[in-house]
Design a protein around this ligand. Sequence first.
Ligand SMILES: [Zn+2]
Ligand SMILES: [Zn+2]
Length: 575
Amino acid sequence: MEIRFVGPLGKVTGSCTWMRDLVEGWNFLVDCGMQQGEYDEDTWNAGTRWPFDPLELKFVVLTHAHIDHSGLLPLLYRLGFDGEVWCSEETARIAQILLRDAARLPGSRYDEPDVDRIRWRTPGGKTQLGGYHRLDQDLLMRFFRSGHIVGATSVTILWGKPKSGGQKSIVFSGDVGPGAEDREVLPFLRYPQNPAPATYAVLESTYGGVVRVAKGERNPEARRERLSRLLDRILETGGTLAIPAFSVGRTQDLMFDLHMVVANDPVRYRAIRFYMDSPTAMQVNGITLDALNRTQTDARTGKVRPVWLGKQLFRDLGLQCHEPEHVDLVLEVSRMTLSIDRAEGDLAAACGNTIATRWRSIFTPVGNREALVREVTKGPRVVVMSSGSGDGGPAASWLPLVVRDKRNIVAMSGYCGKGTIGNALSALESVPLDQRRLQAGSLTWRSPDGGTGSSVPLSDVQAQVCHLEGYSAHADQSDLVDWMFENHKGILKQSIAPTIFLQHGDDEQRGSLARALAKRADEWNLEVDVLLPDDASQWFDLDRGGASLRVAEKRKALEAQIASLQNALAKLKAA
Ligand SMILES: [Zn+2]
Ligand SMILES: [Zn+2]
């Protein structure tokens, strides 16, 4: 078996790893994602720079639904691929929604019928997580929850004959979420699992150099405290708090936190109206609720455990995750939180803490958007809207009016790349109102047909701008190290794999993570080899393994030596 890291090396988007075994005839991808905001994304996203032939691929394994991992699947089919896409059921459902949205974007390289051609394969039922799924003779696959978004998994591929001791395996982390068992950070999602040990691991490194604990970003209390201060402010001004949010994960987490803040002091926040304006997020809410209800029986202990529902919710509501009655209550609270327009007075049952007993649905859908948008200073109002970067979707209607009035607040809730509205707005966060008038440039939104929409000069932006910290769905450095090194009750301390490839992160983050992994291995007296592949055309032979994996590195070092010797020789000759 050979592996080739087609992407992303030294960057974050465009996840795609190619695996093949010429003898066995295996040829497949793990993820086939779109590049977003990279300087050379055009040729990649058009399929003209792919080193593999879509016609020859047998199948694709998908770690999760995000577009930078799934976004080019429809193009793969359009260019002749006819195999199946293996993933969790939730990933298939969410990916279909996101891919349909992507197909409708102006300039898309594929259309909705291409999305319909995807042959989803969602193995599982009771063994969805941890179970072995057969891809081919002597080729197996396992999923483990990665705690990043609903449906997101780490994936292990196993090949060779198990009985003869010839079986090898590689685990792909996918995107790993924050926190760990009993230390979940996000409200709904269960912690990232440590996958079973493998011969190799491929680990993401998006925030491989970031330690969040130091910055207090993973404290749910602090996160909600910041939100309540924003609500206090619009109570005073009667303005609108606009929160652009990504439809998967971020919107659901924000809805939960807003409910929690209100349940903590219902009288105080009685006057605020809450709106949800994101058709995509409404669909994802439904999938999330289905997912939270799913359970699986542990093959080893026989205990029934939720597949995706985390324990943070129980802690927040003062409930016990082992009490069946409390589980029902938590699921009911989730329904009240994520369903729009439930009957008023829909109170949770009489157990748990005071917050649980005061919980009620607070969100209503946006009926007549035009009319509501015209009244952005007739609040107090909170609107959670798509898109997360503020460029398109309902945000393109709301923000041009919201930003002009100092009674309003725009709170960005996620990472916004260069060139986005969110990025330009964030730059104003620290500029005092009296100096805004001096700002050059303007904010320009997209119209739904891809043309130019509304435009507001930066000098007219009067709304307060801020960024909501603490909602990241990504592991930080310590989480990634904990994912890689399993500490089972202090008895069993092991590395998930002796050889680790780092990808999905810029070189600073990768380098920092490599050092942190080496340090942990040292502390635990483990032999671990960390590789940072940097050549997208290089094949690594996983059956030979060991020193052969470093051939390219050695070749590069030798070439550098030769070049410097030739240089020295040329200088001598010239002298
Ligand atoms: Zn992701
Ligand atoms: Zn990713």
